[in-house]
Design a protein around this ligand. Structure first.
Ligand code: GLA
Length: 343
């Protein structure tokens, strides 16, 4: 079942709607048209009690003025592009340097601040679409974006990303939800598994150095499930740069989940499946309680963790990484599933 409600109005007068997807077991997902944002996910705990497992905002003002991409669809190039510059076929492009005037972060936040057009496809699926004009934020090509959210009966939320450009361009899309399976407090006690033998270390601007470093013997080894907080303050140069985890993991091939998170207290489990090669683990390191989130509660440090499925960051400047440059007319297509259960 999908129900539409009014969510609010942006400061510049754009109407924002909220669509609630609900399945027969009672799981519900709120998606708002501002940023094609997953605003809330209500999932059951081991006793059948539902809680909102996303940290974020319950007002449009929160999303517009205080957001660190909570729940948003980000693109057209998720993550960072070094110095806001890259070349395609010998043409250099300069894109928005919206992070400290140095890097381009999440495509200059264009997709996450747009009001998307929503269409209810059927009882379980909602389509959001947005067209980015040629040259938006400095990127080449007019791109038609289409994101389909489907809530399945087995408590899996599937996100299908589609994009096509009229010029050769770079496309990287993800969702920036901050999960908190307890629905409160911080996530340091959550256990996390990431199916990655390696990760991409970063420089002081959070740009990968190019090294693919084995996780073995480092705080980045999540191959066996461990508490997020166990090594988050380890004496490690990479942990210090990110003030915790803010890194891309190079996912191993295979059909199993890319990541599994578990909150021992509530029993909630989140499995993440993706066809992409990377995932950014960000543990809300820069949240510091000064911003008010849902229900008036402060967004404290580590209030949530993000598992942003993606191509590795800065690909157009890193030819050795798997590439996400698409020809005119070539289709960008990817799929990520967030599946909830209990144990
Ligand atoms: C964005 C990025 C994260 C992290 C934060 C820092 O949310 O997606 O990876 O770097 O900024 O505030």
């Amino acid at each position: 079942m999908i129900v539409k409600n009014i969510f609010g109005t942006t400061a510049d007068g754009r109407a924002v709607d909220c669509y609630t997807l609900k399945n027969s077991s009672g799981m519900a997902v709120d998606i708002i048209t501002y940023g094609a944002t997953i605003n809330s996910i209500y999932a059951a705990d081991k006793d059948g009690v539902f809680a909102d497992v996303l940290a974020g905002f319950d007002t449009i003002d929160g999303h517009e003025n205080h957001s660190d991409y909570e729940g948003m669809t980000v693109g057209r190039y998720a993550n960072r592009i070094a110095n806001g510059k890259f070349s395609i076929d010998g043409i250099e492009y300069e894109v928005e340097k919206n992070e400290k005037g140095i890097t381009c972060l999440h495509g200059g936040a264009e997709l996450s601040t747009a009001v998307w057009k929503a269409i209810i496809i059927d009882d379980n699926s909602l389509e959001m679409s947005y067209t980015s004009p040629d040259g938006a934020m400095g990127f080449p090509g007019k791109v038609d974006f289409r994101v389909v959210f489907t809530l399945h009966e087995d408590n899996a939320l599937k996100i299908e990303y589609n994009a096509v450009s009229d010029k050769k361009t770079v496309i990287n899309m993800t969702n920036h939800a901050y999960f908190n399976l307890a629905g409160k407090g911080d996530v340091l006690g959550h256990e996390l598994m990431i199916n990655a033998d390696a990760y991409t270390p970063i420089d002081e601007n959070s740009i990968p150095t190019g090294e693919i470093r084995p996780v073995e013997g480092t705080p980045f080894d999540f191959r066996q499930s461990k508490a997020i907080g166990r090594d988050i303050a380890a004496d490690d140069e990479q942990i210090k740069i990110g003030r915790g985890y803010d890194h891309n993991f190079c996912l191993n091939d295979g059909d199993g989940p890319a990541a599994v998170a578990y909150d021992p207290e509530s029993g909630r489990v989140l499995e993440v499946f993706t066809d992409l090669c990377g995932v950014q683990l960000y543990t809300g390191n820069f949240l510091d309680g000064t911003i008010t989130g849902k229900k008036g509660n402060p967004l404290i440090q580590h209030a949530g963790f993000c598992l942003e499925t993606q191509y590795y960051p800065n690909t157009p400047n890193m030819p050795e990484f798997p590439q996400c440059t698409f020809d005119a007319g070539e289709k960008f297509k990817s799929c990520t599933v967030f599946k909830f259960s209990v144990k």
